[in-house]
Design a protein around this ligand. Structure first.
Ligand code: PAF
Length: 281
C-alpha cells in the first residue's frame, strides 16, 4: 500500500500500472472511512486489477457555515481500513496542490444541480464535479465507484461523464446500512445517542413510502405528504427537503411511473443527513 500526496507521483504510478496492462478502479472519498466506502473498495477490487482511492476533504464543495473545518479526518486509520479492503494506493493531495493560488477552472452540470441538495447547498455540486474531474484526470481509471446514498451526486456525475465524453465508467453501488437501517455516513459520528435513535426516522420513512407504493399508491403529492408527516412526528428532526423526482432527469411528476427517486435531507439536531430510495412501478 502506498500513500501518495503529490499529483505528479500519482500520475507516474498510474502510468506504471497501465504499462503492466492492468485495469484501474478508483474510489474517491473524503476519508473517515466506513463500511459504505469499504464496500465500494471491495467492489472495485472484484472488478478491476488495481484499486486506488483518494482521501481529500474538498473545500470547494462546502458552503459558508458548513462543516469543512470540523469534517472528521483520520488518515492513518483510513489507510489501514482501505488496505484491508484491497486498495493498493491512496492519493491524499494537499488543498494547495489541488487549488493553487490563481486556480480558475470549474466544472458545472446545469439543471440537475438546481434541485434537492443543490437547492439547499448552492455551489456544492460545482465543487463535487470540479474535484471529481480533476481526480479522474489524475487517476484515469477505467471505472470509478460511488455510493447510491448520494443519489443526486451519482446522477450528476453520470451526466457529466456522458456530456464531457470522459473515458470512465461511473459505477453505482447500493447504500450500506447499519443493522437498524441508518444509512452509513461519516457525519453519523456527529450524532449524540438520542439523535442517533431519532435518525432512524429517515430510513423508516423511506420504508413506509416503499410499502405504500407496493400496496398500489401512485400519487406523488400524497406520498410526499405521508413521508413529511412521518418525519415531522420525530421531535429532533427538521426537514430540509422531501422530494420524489423522475430518474435520471429529476423532473417533477404527479403520478409514479417507471423509476422515481424519493430523496430526503433532514436535520437531526445540527447534523444534516440524507437518504433515498428508488421507487419502481
Ligand atoms: O461523495 C463524496 O465523498 C464526495 O462528494 C466526493 C465524490 C469524494 C468528491 O469530493
Amino acid at each position: 500500500m502506498q500513500v501518495i500526496n503529490r499529483i505528479d507521483q500519482m500520475k507516474d504510478l498510474i502510468r506504471d500500472i497501465r504499462r503492466q496492462g492492468k485495469t484501474v478502479g478508483f474510489v474517491p472519498t473524503m476519508g473517515y472511512l466506513h463500511e459504505g466506502h469499504l464496500t465500494l473498495m471491495r467492489t472495485a477490487k472484484r472488478k478491476t486489477d488495481f484499486v486506488a482511492a483518494s482521501i481529500f476533504v474538498n473545500p470547494l464543495q462546502f458552503g459558508v457555515g458548513e462543516d469543512y473545518e470540523d469534517y472528521p479526518r483520520d488518515l492513518s486509520r483510513d489507510t489501514e481500513l482501505a488496505e484491508g479492503a484491497g486498495v493498493e494506493a491512496i492519493f491524499a493531495p494537499a488543498v494547495r496542490d489541488m487549488y493553487p493560488p490563481g486556480y480558475a477552472t470549474f466544472v458545472e452540470v446545469e439543471k440537475l444541480t438546481g434541485k434537492l441538495c443543490g437547492r439547499s447547498r448552492p455551489g456544492h455540486f460545482r465543487g463535487v464535479t470540479t474535484v471529481v474531474t480533476k481526480l479522474l484526470n489524475i487517476v484515469e481509471p477505467d471505472i470509478a465507484f460511488f455510493g447510491q446514498k448520494d443519489a443526486q451526486q451519482v446522477i450528476v456525475l453520470q451526466k457529466m461523464a456522458q456530456d464531457l465524453n470522459m473515458n470512465v465508467e461511473i459505477e453505482v453501488v447500493p447504500t450500506v446500512r447499519e443493522q437498524d437501517g441508518l444509512a452509513m455516513s461519516s457525519r453519523n459520528t456527529y450524532l449524540a445517542p438520542a439523535e442517533r435513535e431519532a435518525a432512524l426516522v429517515l430510513s423508516r420513512s423511506l420504508d413506509m413510502a416503499a410499502k405504500l407504493v407496493d400496496s398500489g399508491e401512485r400519487n406523488i403529492p400524497f406520498l410526499k405528504s405521508e413521508v413529511t408527516e412521518f418525519i415531522t412526528g420525530e421531535p429532533l428532526a427538521k426537514i430540509d427537503y422531501v422530494d420524489i423526482l423522475s430518474v435520471p432527469d429529476l423532473e417533477e411528476r404527479e403520478t409514479l411511473e417507471g423509476k422515481a427517486l424519493l430523496a430526503l435531507a433532514v436535520y437531526i439536531g445540527k447534523t444534516r443527513l440524507i437518504d433515498n430510495v428508488i421507487l419502481t412501478v
